[in-house]
Design a binder for this molecule. Structure first.
Ligand SMILES: Nc1ncnc2c1ncn2[C@@H]1O[C@H](COP(=O)(O)OP(=O)(O)O)[C@@H](O)[C@H]1O
Ligand SMILES: [Mg+2]
Length: 356
């Protein structure tokens, strides 16, 4: 059985990513378990595939399973299989992922919240390379290389007794930690171009017209909590909504829910601004007093560059307001309590005028 080597789709030139790829090449040939840690959307699955295809098992199966989406019983029988009649509805014998991955690689995604029972069975199969199917007593052997992924701090979970420390030790022969997109901003534009070009191709456009100044600024300034998966969605959405033959993308639709008609939700817990205890209290506040919304980041690591910091905050505010005002400058000015001319002055200062 031969599998297509499909790794040329890994985009990025940042040092952080290159270091990860070097690490991957080094650990791939070993048949040892590897743990991949990273926020959602950082490319854990892609890295697991790369580990497999760079290993001596590359021409054997690469089997994956997401552990967070199944109940304990289903997960157990998906992993280890079951004998016929093992439980109600168990029709016929079922081969588990460990059997199907024999000789190859098994990728277990989102492992952090698996139950004690599953963790115990995993420990045994790693230790002895054998297990029993659910409802069976025959011992099955399997030679599997395990790659696991989690987006949580497993050592902290182990310290709290929520994850078996002995299992963690076995799984973590080596650990690859994927950097979030916001800490490798050099990769944003190459990734965005890549996703835009393939979306344009899907839409049957002859070529992709590129991103305009505002769109680039938006892409670079966004925090990307959903990382590369979020970037992919955002870019594809923008190309499909805004892109036409040879036309630049003027702005990016970061939030598909953004609309002046979006229903407002009551925020239950207002973050209160804490006052130092010994500060003189100027006015009495009651629970009904509207709380001031703080825009500043709660944990600033000084020293910072004050000018750069405040400029970035202004650009961020402008972009949010522009999006909320649907890129209408009059509406945007109203949203910010500025006059139209004041807004235009500020947009000009940040080079955001030409395209808004
Ligand atoms: N370096 C990269 N180059 C190109 N696409 C990437 C890269 N990293 C991740 N992706 C894409 O981003 C999406 C999320 O990646 P995935 O591996 O599923 O993330 P995770 O498993 O960490 O949630 C997938 O569509 C994947 O193909
Ligand atoms: Mg994943």
């Amino acid at each position: 059985m031969s599998k297509q080597f499909q790794q040329d789709n890994l985009i990025g030139q940042s040092n952080a990513l290159l270091e990860v790829l070097e690490h991957v090449s080094k650990v791939a040939p070993l048949s040892k378990p590897v743990l991949i840690i990273g926020e959602r959307g950082t490319g854990k699955e892609l890295i697991a595939e790369r580990l497999h295809y760079l290993s001596a098992r590359w021409d054997q199966s690469f089997i994956k399973l997401n552990c967070s989406s199944l109940s304990e019983n289903l997960l157990e029988s998906e992993l280890f299989g079951h004998e016929s009649g093992a439980f109600t509805g168990a029709k016929g014998k079922h081969e588990g992922r460990f059997e199907r991955a024999d000789g190859g690689t098994l990728f277990l995604d989102e492992l952090a919240n698996t139950s004690g029972l599953i963790q115990e069975k995993l420990l045994r199969v790693i230790e002895y390379g054998e297990f029993e199917r659910v409802g069976g007593s025959k011992t099955v052997q399997s030679d599997v290389r395990l790659i696991c992924a989690a987006n949580e701090d497993l050592p902290a979970l182990a310290d709290n007794g929520e994850f078996r420390a002995d299992l963690l030790d076995r799984l973590a022969f080596d650990v690859i930690t994927l950097p979030p997109l916001r800490s490798r901003t050099e990769d944003i534009m190459p990734l965005a171009e890549h996703f835009a070009v393939s979306m344009a191709r899907q839409l049957g456009l002859e070529y992709f017209g590129g991103f305009g100044a505002i769109a680039k600024e938006q892409l670079m300034m966004h925090d990307w909590p959903g990382n590369i998966r979020e970037l992919k969605n955002v870019v594809e959405r923008s190309v499909y909504r805004e892109g036409s033959e040879g036309q630049e993308i003027d702005h990016i639709i970061l939030d598909p829910f953004a609309s002046p008609y979006r229903p407002k939700t009551r925020v239950k817990t207002l973050e209160r601004q804490l006052q130092p205890k010994d500060a003189p209290v100027a006015t009495e506040t009651t629970d009904d007093t509207p709380q001031q919304v703080s825009l500043t980041h709660s944990s600033i690591e000084f020293p910072i560059d004050f000018k750069e910091y405040t400029e970035n905050a202004e650009i961020d505010l402008l972009q949010r307001a522009l999006a909320e005002g649907q890129y209408n400058q009059k509406k945007t000015a109203d949203l910010l309590g500025l006059s139209y001319h004041q807004l235009r002055g500020i947009l000009k200062k940040y080079n955001l005028l030409d395209k808004s």
